[in-house]
Every structure is written in C-alpha cells, then in structure tokens.
Design a protein around this ligand. Structure first.
Ligand SMILES: Nc1ncnc2c1ncn2[C@@H]1O[C@H](COP(=O)(O)OP(=O)(O)OP(=O)(O)O)[C@@H](O)[C@H]1O
Length: 634
C-alpha cells in the first residue's frame, strides 16, 4: 500500500481515478453509456419541470376559485406536473436497468485486466509479494462479490449527472426568482454539504484501504470457516473456538481505526458544515419571506422558490445511487491499476531470448555458482551451488526438509532466476532462452501439484495443452501412471469431471490424484519435453502402487534427463546418481553403491531408514508388513 497523499495530492488522485473510471466507456459500450447519460440528465431536469408546473398550478388556483380565470388554466400545468412525475419514475427504473448492464460490462473488462495482469509475469516472484497481494486482494474481493465494483462506479458516475443537473436547474430558479446572490449562497451551501459527504467518504475509504492486510487476514479466516478445505481439520483438532475468537480479534483490529476515523471525519465536519449551511439557508428563506410580505412575489413565485430551496438542501445530502459506488468502485479500479503497475514494474530479469532451445534429445544441466534467496528473506537458500545433472540419466536430490531441493526445481523451471551464477542446459544459460520455449522442455510433477476441477482428459492433457485432442496419448499416459482401473470405474471415462461441485463430477483419492499428476508429466514427455522433474511423486501412493511405479521407472524415463526428489531413499537408490544437499550446498554425490561404500551421511540416513522399516516389519511379524519396503530398502 502506498502512503496517503494529502491536500492537493488527494484531489488530484481523486480526479485521476474519476477520469480512469470515465475512460471505461468503450468497455461499457458507447450506445448504452449515451442512453444512461440521457436518462440521468432527464432525471435532473424533470424534478425542476415538476416544481415549476406545481408552482404555476398553485399560482392559478386562486383566480380559478374566484372565477377570474378559466379552469383550463390550472389543468395544463397540473398535467405537465403529472407527466414530469411519471416520466421521472420511469427514467429512474430505466436507469437502474441500464446501470446494471453498464456495470456488468465494465466489470467483465476489469476481470480480464486482472487475469491478464496475474498471468503476465514469467516468474512467480511478484505473486508472493505481500504488497502486490494486498492490491490483488482488494481488487479481487470487490469484483468477486460484485460489491462496489469499478462497473458500479462507472454507472454511479453517470448517475451523478442527474442530481448535479438538478442542482443547476434549481440554482437557476433561485437566481431568477430571488436574484444571483441568493442563488450563489444556495449553491455554496449545497457544495459545502456535498464536500462534507464526499470528503468524509473519501477519507473513510482510504482508512479501509490502509487496513488491507488485516482485511486480507479476516477474509482468509472467513474462508477457512466457511469452505470445505479446512472443514475436517477444524473439527478434528477442535479449532472452531480458536478460529471464531481469532476472527473476532482480527475483525476488531481492522475496524478499530475505521471506527475512530468515522467519528473524526464525519461528526466534526458534519456539525461545522450544518451550522454554516443552516445560516445560509435561513438567510435565503428570510429574504424570500420579506419579499413575499412586501408583495413583491405572487403565490406561484413563493411556492417555486420554497421548493427550489428545499430541493437544494436535499441535494446536498448523500446520493445513494452514486456516492458509495463511485468511491469504493474507484478504489477497486485503483487497486487493479496498482496491481497491473506492480506486476509490470516487477524487476523481472530480462528474457534475453538470444538462443534457441538445446538441440539434443535430453540436455545436461549445470548449476554454476548459483546464489538465490526468496524476496524479503534475510539469507539465501542456495549460495555458491555447483551441480551437474548428466544428460539422459536420472539424478536424485536428497536432503533434510528445507535443504533447498524444491527451490532448485523452481530455478530449473525458470519460475525464479538466480541472484548470481547461472543454470545452463547443454552449456546455454537458461536466461538466454525464451522462457516459454524452455518451460515446454520441462515436465514437472510438483510436490503441490494442481487438481484442476476439469475433466480427466484436461487434467492429463494440460501436460501439452496444444495436444489436448490426442486422446490416445492421454490414455497411454493414464495407463503408464497406473490409472486404467480408475478410468474404467469413472462414469464418463476420460470425460468425467473431477469435481464434486458439478453434476456427475467425482472426486479422487489423494493417490489417484497423484497418478493424474504423473500422467500429466508423462503426456508432456510424449509431446517433446526432454527433462522430467519428479518432486515427491509417490508420497501419496500406497506401497504396491509405489513399487509398481518404480518398477517401470527406467522404462518411463529412458533417454530423458530426470531429476527425482524423494525422502524415500529406497526409491532414490534406483537413480544413476544421488546428490545430497544440505543448507543449499552439495555435501555428497555419487551412485548409491559409491555413497554407501563411502560411509558418509547418505549411508547413515539410508541405514537408519532401512533399519526402521525392517523393525517395523518384524514388530508386525508378518511377511507382508516387512515385505516390499524392507526388500527395497534393505
Ligand atoms: N516461496 C517461498 N518464499 C520464501 N521462502 C521460501 C519459499 N519457498 C521455500 N522457502 C524457504 O526456502 C528454504 C528451502 O525450501 P525448499 O522448499 O526448497 O526445501 P526442500 O528441500 O524442498 O524441503 P522439503 O524436503 O521440505 O520439501 C526453506 O527454508 C523454505 O522456508
């Protein structure tokens, strides 16, 4: 969040925000905008016409009652008043309908801007920056709940033309009847009241923006309480009370400055502006009274000026069709613009794109002197890392939690760039390759892979999205990942939707989902990826499934440069080369046999795991319990 400007800066900022909202007319549609504007102007003019017609009627009733004028003299102004009243009602209803249309169109455009900006960066760094996330949260929240959106601000801005036309109309009426000074006083009173309203609202909205981080937390807590994701844990761990209390505290902390500010920004200005305004109004009314007493005015003029003054006082108040919509909707638009600018400004290393992707079927990869730290972190995760990953072979990365294994995968996939040093494929610096070209060469099963709420075919086909229609390839990948039985049981086979949120959709078990992620990576290999990265690919698989997967591992990955990350050292021993990382550095490397013979840390870790599994099997006293795992590790 940026610091709040003051004085002139605030006005300039508010004017710029209004201009940006007004510039949404192409998205809203010029035709619809013109209709809304015409309706708004008519809603401003018709009440003035009504007031004039009613005053004329009042002025003519006396002569008609005394028989000095014909009744027809009353009927036509009365008819005009009635017509103006009906037309104003119709215009109001029509404007509400058109406003909704405008609002939807502009918000659709805003959503597209937001999505485009979110997906605009090659790296994921900005989407982990809290300041950028606050802007995204603000913008996304208002849009998601169709609440005080930029679209509502656009419609509100047009609706604002109505009351201001009325102000102009009634001010002219006062000027004509009472004179320019009275009109000037009334106009000043209206603008003073409006300034109080809008200024308070603006400052109030700014305070709300300043507590964006707390509001983000309160939204997160609300989501936890109301969504299915945490429903199980909240109950089993008895967290419901804690969550309720925490939500209450965060909500209060977010609202405390808002409440304090509300008293400050509304009460004092309200008292001052009301006092000044009332003096002005009283003076104008007194002038009207004196003139009427002097016989300078007839009944029609007095009725007209009284209506005009009362209408102007009312027009100094809050406009429910415009005020909150424009203020908060402009904030949402400002947040979208700030988010776009933050994403565009993010210091993303240039995509030098000077080289073509490596020509070889499977490149060798080298990390040379790589240093990298996450944005905002005090220490780098890797510093001076040198690592060679041979072409067409399987290299396993092992190490304790937090050793930096997944970070290396992110650097390899160019989701982040090293702060120093280089990652090279066949000697070409990845920074010299167009990112997308390189990313097509990599198939990754991430530890936290995505479960797309789409069909099985899409979930697998996303490995090579240009080949989504390759049903045979998708089926082959599913079979290789051991999914055939699952597919056969699904109601629509590959077309089954993997989400219970849809009719006919199903959900899969954790292990079945993991096989889908594996199938996705295999499908990418079928369509040109040459580097396969598997980050804990079998963590959710049962023992038999894991054994089956690794039995076919050599066949599935043959000829690819493969990186396998796993804490199960029994699986890792299959790799051609094992690299033990600690604190972002390579501490041991070699084949399983070499590392065991060296008797270092890998050997100790492996022996510990093997002993544990052997004991586990012996304790249970069954061949089955000790069987597969003990065999594989022992
Ligand atoms: N997005 C992030 N922002 C900031 N720090 C991060 C981020 N991701 C990881 N880290 C930090 O980087 C370090 C290395 O994390 P990394 O995920 O690479 O470890 P790992 O070896 O894969 O661990 P594990 O075995 O638990 O999966 C950790 O200290 C972690 O806290």
């Amino acid at each position: 969040m940026t610091a709040s400007p003051s004085g002139l800066g605030q006005w300039r900022e508010a004017a710029a925000a209004r201009l940006r909202i007004a510039r949404q007319w192409p998205a809203a549609g010029a035709g619809w905008s013109a209709v809304a504007l015409a309706l708004s102007v008519s809603r401003g003019v018709l009440p003035v016409v009504f007031a004039i017609a009613v005053s004329t009627t009042v002025g003519r009733i006396g002569p008609v009652l005394h028989g000095t004028a014909r009744p027809a003299g009353v009927w036509w102004p009365l008819a005009v008043a009635g017509a103006a009243l009906i037309a104003a009602q119709l215009a109001e209803a029509a404007q509400k309908a058109v406003a909704e249309q405008l609002s939807r169109r502009v918000d659709g455009h805003m959503y597209r801007r937001l999505i485009q900006a979110s997906l605009s960066t090659r790296e994921i760094t900005p989407l982990e920056d809290p300041a950028v996330l606050d802007e995204l949260g603000e913008a996304g929240h208002e849009l998601r709940f169709a609440f005080r959106t930029p679209g509502a601000a656009y419609a509100g801005l047009i609706a604002l033309v109505g009351p201001y036309t009325q102000v102009a109309g009634f001010t002219v009426v006062v000027a004509v009847v009472l004179g320019p000074w009275a009109a000037a006083v009334m106009l000043a009173v209206v603008l003073l009241f409006r300034h109080g309203q809008r200024g308070g609202l603006r400052r109030y909205a700014r305070v709300i923006r300043d507590v964006a981080a707390l509001r983000r937390e309160s939204r997160y807590l609300r989501g936890l309480a109301m969504g299915p994701a945490a429903a199980k844990e909240l109950r089993v761990f008895g967290l419901t009370g804690w969550l309720t209390e925490r939500y209450r505290q965060v909500y209060r902390r977010a609202l405390a400055p808002v409440w304090a500010e509300r008293r400050r920004i509304y009460l004092r200005p309200y008292l001052v502006y009301t006092a000044v305004g009332l003096v002005g109004v009283a003076a104008v009314l007194a002038l009207a009274g004196v003139r009427a007493a002097d016989g300078a005015y007839d009944l029609a003029a007095l009725a007209l000026v009284l209506q005009a003054v009362l209408a102007l006082i009312r027009l100094g108040e809050f406009y429910p069709d415009s005020d909150t919509q424009t203020q908060y909707g402009m904030n949402a638009e400002t947040a979208i613009t700030a988010f776009e600018q933050a994403m565009a400004r993010y210091p993303e290393p240039a995509d030098r794109g000077r080289a073509g992707p490596p020509a070889t079927a499977a490149p060798a990869i080298d990390f040379t002197g790589v240093r990298f730290g996450y944005p905002g972190a005090t220490a780098p995760v890797v510093d001076g890392l040198d690592l060679h990953i041979p072409a067409g072979r399987c290299t396993a990365l092992v190490g304790v939690n937090g050793a930096g294994k997944t970070t290396l995968v992110k650097l390899l996939a160019r989701l982040y760039s090293p702060d120093a040093g280089a990652v090279r494929a066949d000697g070409v610096d990845l920074a010299d390759l167009p990112a997308r070209d390189w990313q097509r060469r990599i198939a990754v099963v991430f530890q936290d892979f995505v479960r797309y709420e789409l069909s099985v075919a899409a979930n697998i086909g996303f490995g090579a999205v240009e080949h989504l229609d390759d049903r045979a390839g998708i089926r082959r990948a599913a079979e290789a990942a051991g999914l055939l039985d699952t597919l056969d049981a699904l109601p629509d086979g590959l077309d089954t939707l993997l989400s219970r949120a849809y009719d006919g959709g199903v959900d899969l078990s954790g292990g079945q989902w993991q096989r889908i992620a594996i199938a996705r990576a295999l499908f990418a290999l079928y369509h040109g990826s040459t580097v396969l990265v598997l980050d804990e690919p079998t963590a959710a698989l049962d023992v038999r499934a894991e054994a089956e997967f690794f039995a076919r591992f050599a066949e599935l990955t043959r000829g690819r440069t493969t990186v396998l990350i796993s804490h199960r050292l029994s699986s890792v021993r299959l790799a051609d080369r094992i690299v033990l990382l600690d604190g972002g550095r390579v501490v041991e490397q070699g084949s399983h046999d070499e590392l065991m013979a060296a008797g270092g840390r890998y050997a100790a870790m492996f022996t510990l795991q093997a002993e544990r599994f052997a004991e586990d099997g012996a304790d249970r006293g069954t061949d089955e319990g000790a069987g597969p795992l003990a065999q594989r590790v022992g």
